[in-house]
Design a protein around this ligand. Structure first.
Ligand SMILES: C[S@@+](CC[C@H](N)C(=O)[O-])C[C@H]1O[C@@H](n2cnc3c(N)ncnc32)[C@H](O)[C@@H]1O
Length: 262
């Protein structure tokens, strides 16, 4: 598959594959707990087959895999999947390069589907949801999970708003009511836990300048400068110093949702 026949406007992560885990990774014990919680909410037992769309480097899939039978991961980006292959060891994580809007799987063939930070990158996210509904076995659920550091998300939002950010409008909102609106009701109360993460704010500014985050991919140089200025300003409001490490609170959240009319 080439990026030409990917669903139009999707945002593959080829350019950041080499730094993805270092910039988005969770502390090891948090990652392990996140994987366990996702497997618990998927309710597929130790022999079930879980599909993750937009699996990337397997940052999350590798944490879930020890608790389920197997994980199948699909992603548009060959370099991201290469990273996953390199790190999966003996874990039962299989990959396919494919578009979430055209899954290479038969109807009713998986016991749960996992999505983490992907729908906002796919303009045809509703088509991807239709594909999820098609491949789920009857009674099976979509697990929509998220890990983030609210203060950093707030800085990114401030920075991206004034800069001509186009990716945010590519697909569904990450924490809005898109899945409710698309008719995928919650199947259980969302589960969550918080964690601590240490960060030097100036290091995040450098990453924004290096276009490490999806919302910077499509910016012109001038827009990137504007975004950096806004990020610096927002950080000065949040942190006493940009050069000293700060302890931040992060949240992992997991929703279990069922297909429309299921
Ligand atoms: C923000 S990363 C999330 C990766 C992983 N879920 C995680 O949480 O670490 C988004 C991933 O979705 C992939 N992606 C974007 N559009 C896609 C599409 N239409 N089909 C499949 N994967 C897609 C990107 O290549 C990237 O690897």
């Amino acid at each position: 598959m080439t990026s030409r026949n990917a669903s139009p406007g999707s945002v593959p992560f080829d350019r950041v594959a080499g730094i993805y885990d270092a910039t988005r990774g969770l502390p090891p014990e948090t990652s392990a707990r996140f994987g366990e919680l996702i497997a618990h909410e998927a309710r597929i037992g130790s022999s079930g087959r879980l599909l993750e769309i937009g699996v990337g480097t397997g940052r999350v899939a590798r944490a879930v895999a020890p608790h389920v039978g197997s994980v199948v991961g699909v992603d548009l980006s060959r370099p991201m999947l290469e990273q996953l292959r390199r790190q999966r060891g003996a874990l039962p994580v299989h990959v396919a390069r494919a578009d979430a809007t055209r899954l290479p799987l038969p109807d009713a063939s998986v016991d749960a589907v996992l999505v983490v930070r992907v729908f906002h990158l796919i303009p045809a996210w509703r088509r991807a949801l239709d594909e999820v509904a098609r491949v789920l076995r009857p009674g099976a659920a979509l697990v929509h999970a998220e890990s983030g550091v609210p203060v950093l998300d707030a800085v990114s939002r401030r920075a991206s708003r004034g800069s001509g950010f186009r990716v945010a409008r590519a697909g569904a909102g990450e924490r809005d009511r898109s899945l409710d609106v698309a008719g995928w009701p919650l199947d259980a109360e969302p589960a969550s836990f918080s964690f601590q993460r240490s960060l030097v704010p100036a290091a995040m500014l450098r990453l924004i300048g290096e276009r490490a985050f999806a919302w910077t991919f499509a910016l012109s140089n001038a827009e990137l400068e504007t975004a950096l200025g806004a990020a610096r300003q927002a950080m000065r409001e949040h942190f006493a110093s940009l050069d000293d490490p700060v302890e931040l609170k992060g949240v992992c959240r997991v929703e279990r949702r069922r297909p429309p009319d299921a």
